[in-house]
Design a protein around this ligand. Structure first.
Ligand code: GLC
Length: 602
């Protein structure tokens, strides 16, 4: 009993005494470091499982082994009937609880008004997918909080695939939301929010405070001889292969929060003080000043879906598109009060600069390649045409043949004297979704997707990146990674989870048809190998949750295009007007943006 009391006390200290000095939003009392050091690095010391209660086992027909769930939960605080008590406990909320009640009645408990699919009988494949998705749900103190990355019964070394990944949960969350089941998403958002404040260190060094973990696990730890408790154990990269900070996690968290709000109508959620603080912490981390000359985010290799070395350090498109999307979401959700005025201005300025930068310098089509082909190099001046000193010799041979007369795309990365000409699907799709690219560019990307169907979809949608790096390039770029061999895994493998993000309806339908025929029969693999995606991936997990959820989400979005449109952003014409450098006003110099002869701003 004592132990529980102490744990609770410590937990309270951790959450409330930790310094959160975002833009003066919450004052920062000194945290008690010695207290933290003596603690196990687990969060959530609320949920004790009495050992005298039997745990029960649920066997999965296909698994041949059992999974364990706690039979009851938990510590005294959780015994009462209100499931969300343990969540709202931790926060001061701006919302009025009557709102919450209405919301719960109309959406969560009643299954939402979104379950229009109930009208249509689900196919056998969909039924199986739903069963598997539900089986992957993990609970914390009896409440659903996320889905495991994979539930592959044949996998004897799951590594971290038995964890809830932030990015992997997004398609699961959307599937549940579209089905009218918002509770799991709400719980996920609020629990991961607590993890954000976790004090994390790698070899005595602490990364920024707003960082969201890549994944978390629910562990059961003994309190004493008879009692256990469930704890959330996050991984911020300190255990992850390669020790990379997941830059995309916080961005996905913001994107998911907005999707949750839009689909459920639970606006009280985004107004909560803790949620507002969480958004600000993430923004603060992303918007902090550094040595950069560009508005794009500078990151290390492997900081996103491609979470190991693939030559995408620097300013990879995937991060820029998610960054832009998250900024647009945050701008919509931030409370418009005195306290966030400056932040809002910073967000607007960054959005404007980032969209210009990407539209102008990442865009590639026939015309642009021809320009690069004839570039002069070693230009020294602010008026240089070839600003990044790209040597035309860098244009790869495959690209000269590959680029269609119509259509274009955003390149994968831009660095001094380096353009990564590979086509990265997620980054391109999210630049469409968020209107980071112009309406004309969006259309061109979709045209390219259509004209390069065999390369980007082939036997299984969608290629994570095209083309693969091979031979010497593979050795140097991947560090001779045996998992990332040419046309496998991150190096040109095909990832069905990308399916739900596909933009144009007729393309998405065609792609779902291709995937549907195989996914069920192949036991929902994580990825496929070979140029056309013919084989199940060499080291691919089966029953990969985001493959399953991605399929379900694609189907539901196709059936509810109006719901899909809630997740998209229109072009923001005001952003195009903002020019923050003030050069043109001083008349001293011409602003580069103003001077750009770009035809692509609108
Ligand atoms: C792989 C993927 C990563 C994913 C994880 C769990 O590491 O590259 O994007 O989050 O598996 O599925």
């Amino acid at each position: 009993m004592n132990a529980i009391k102490i744990s609770k006390m410590i937990f309270g200290c951790r959450l409330f005494n930790q310094s959160r000095s975002v833009l003066g939003f919450i004052k920062s009392p000194n945290s008690n470091r010695s207290l933290h050091i003596s603690l196990p690095r687990f969060l959530g010391l609320r949920c004790a499982i009495n050992q005298t209660h039997k745990q029960y086992y649920v066997s999965h027909p296909k698994w041949g082994r059992s999974r364990v769930f706690p039979a009851t939960c938990c510590s005294s605080s959780n015994n009462n009937s209100n499931k969300n008590d343990h969540i709202s406990d931790y926060s001061t909320t701006l919302e009025n609880h009557a709102n919450d009640k209405n919301f719960e009645t109309s959406y969560m408990q009643g299954g939402g008004d979104l379950d229009e699919h109930a009208c249509r009988t689900e196919t056998e494949v969909e039924k199986e997918a739903w069963r598997l998705l539900r089986d992957s749900v993990v609970t914390y103190c009896g409440n659903p909080v996320g889905t495991l990355a994979a539930c592959d019964p044949g996998d004897k070394t799951p590594l971290n695939y038995d964890q809830v990944f932030i990015r992997d949960f997004v398609p699961s969350a959307l599937a549940f939301l579209l089905k009218g089941e918002g509770e799991i998403v709400r719980n996920f958002l609020l629990h991961t929010l607590q993890l954000q404040s976790w004090e994390k260190t790698v070899d005595c060094y602490s990364p920024g405070q707003g960082l969201m973990p890549a994944s978390f696990k629910i562990r059961t730890v003994p309190l004493d001889d008879t009692k256990f408790e469930e704890v959330l154990d996050p991984d911020f990269g300190e255990s992850a292969i390669g020790r990379v900070a997941p830059v995309d996690s916080g961005l996905w968290w913001i994107i998911l929060l907005r999707a949750y709000t839009k689909i459920t109508g639970d606006y009280a959620m985004q107004e909560r003080v803790d949620v507002q603080t969480g958004i600000k912490l993430i923004l603060n981390l992303c918007l902090s000043d550094g040595f950069d000359m560009f508005p794009s985010l500078l990151v290390t290799d492997g900081s996103c879906m491609i979470d190991r070395r693939m030559g995408i350090h620097g300013h990879p498109l995937e991060i820029q598109s998610l960054f832009y999307s998250a900024l647009r979401c945050a701008r919509e959700m931030l409370a418009t009060d005195e306290g966030s005025k400056n932040l809002m201005r910073t967000v607007n300025n960054r959005l404007s600069a980032l969209s210009f930068h990407i539209r102008e310098y990442y865009w590639l089509d026939m015309k642009k390649i021809n320009e690069i082909y004839r570039y002069k190099t070693e230009e020294y001046s602010t008026e240089a045409i070839n600003k990044f000193n790209i040597y035309p010799e860098q244009i790869p041979y495959w690209l000269m043949d590959w680029i269609p007369a119509e259509g274009g795309y955003m390149i994968g990365n831009l660095q001094p004297a380096h353009m990564d000409f590979r086509f990265f699907t997620l980054g391109n799709i999210w630049s469409i979704v968020s209107s980071l690219s112009t309406p004309k560019q969006n259309n061109s990307i979709l045209n390219l997707l259509e004209s390069k169907w065999d390369d980007l979809v082939g036997d299984m949608p969608l290629k994570i990146v095209y083309p693969a790096v091979e031979k010497e390039e593979w050795r140097i770029i991947t560090g001779s990674d045996p998992k990332n061999t040419p046309w496998s895994y991150h190096n040109g493998g095909s990832w069905p989870t990308l399916l739900w993000q596909m933009g144009r309806i007729e393309l998405a339908r065609k792609a779902v048809d291709v995937a549907e025929k195989r996914l069920y029969a192949d036991h929902w693999p994580e990825y496929y190998d070979t140029k056309s995606g013919k084989f199940i991936g060499k080291q691919s997990r089966m029953y990969q949750t985001w493959t399953i959820a991605g399929y379900l989400t694609s189907k539901m979005l196709l059936e509810n295009p109006e719901k899909a449109s809630l997740l998209y952003w229109e072009e923001d014409y005001d952003l195009l007007e903002i020019c923050v450098c003030a050069l043109s006003k001083t008349g001293r110099k011409l602003c580069a943006r103003g001077a750009a002869k770009s035809q692509i701003l609108v």
